[in-house]
Design a protein around this ligand. Sequence first.
Ligand code: ADP
Ligand code: MG
Length: 395
Amino acid sequence: MNIHEYQAKELFANFGVAVAKGAAAKDVSEFEAAVASLNGSHVVVKSQIHAGGRGKGVFKDGFKGGVHYAKREEAVEIAKKMFGNILVTKQTGEAGKEVKTIYFTEGCDIAKEYYLSIVMDRASGKDVVIASCEGGMEIEKVAEETPEKIKKVFINPETGIQPYQVRELAFFLGFGEKELQKKFAALIKGLYKLYASKDCSLVEVNPLILTPQNDIIALDAKVSFDDNALFRHPDILEYRDLSEENPLEIEAKKFELNYIKLDGNIACMVNGAGLAMATMDIIKYYGGDPANFLDVGGGATEEAITAAFKILLSDENTKGILINIFGGIMRCDVIAAGVVAAVKNVGGLKIPLVVRLEGTNVEQGNKILAESGIDITTASDLDDAAQKIVKIVSK
Ligand code: ADP
Ligand code: MG
């Protein structure tokens, strides 16, 4: 689960991480009061969407920049231009995202920008702090072009971040001086505590800044959480913004289906994440484009299968469906019954369907499909199935 920058900054503040003072507004009527609550001659007006690259983003109506450093008298006007407007950034895709919240923060003088993040490193089984003096830049680009400018410090999650590791990072970033070291230590310890105690999958600060007054401040904040641990954090769930999430993915979660919407036009219903990946790969291999990743899992009920199939049908890009099931714990007859129920429910199937069933109760499954009256193209194996659906859809 992702949250907005202003929410992430609230968490930062709770964990003793220095942030600029700010106020969020969800309606134009709140703009004046939000700006009035801040000090200083300049205010930064920040679009709140679940995507990065806002600063360099462009709105659908041509207005440039999802983040503006403005004189305080001009902040409200700028915010009005952003509010309700669609912001397109490198991370949103062409469709962009509507700005429904504006975050006003006090403008900071910047002496230097840095990058800092904490993620889990699967290879080492540890947490890793990633730091760089190249702040405000895309870290992927830095990693590719100048990897020596990035420092990684691996943290044993059982012991947490150690004082020597804090010093190692401080010296790398040039915060060796005593007072700076103290400020940096408070910041990184706070961030790590947040990361560990709230089951985060990512805590990212880009940029972290040093001010001319020698303060170290998190200017931007991105925090993501492990969905599987959210039940432990009702306070974090409060931050959830369903309007930022894909409605089809929300529906899928209700039935515990692993569904991710993609940009292609061939919908896939598969059991098992590995088989789902392989199915997407082979569709690509034969020149098609998958519309989604969907692993219905092993224990899905007929009701869940029905819901899954309806989700596939309600994606308007879907031009054809490929069902690829290797029945094990998941029985082929349950899949077949779910598909038939879903088709009935939506009043008939208007797009081509290719089915490849194999494994537990395959005869019963095929029988249910054959007797359903639904127009189905059957396939003997994965290769055959992928070729057939790609051919049908590209007609
Ligand atoms: P994004 O990463 O989505 O583009 P940021 O919050 O990083 O958004 O803002 C973009 C840039 O705007 C930052 O790199 C920084 O240079 C500037 N900026 C952001 N907040 C402030 C602030 N409070 N004071 C001064 N400059 C800011
Ligand atoms: Mg940023």
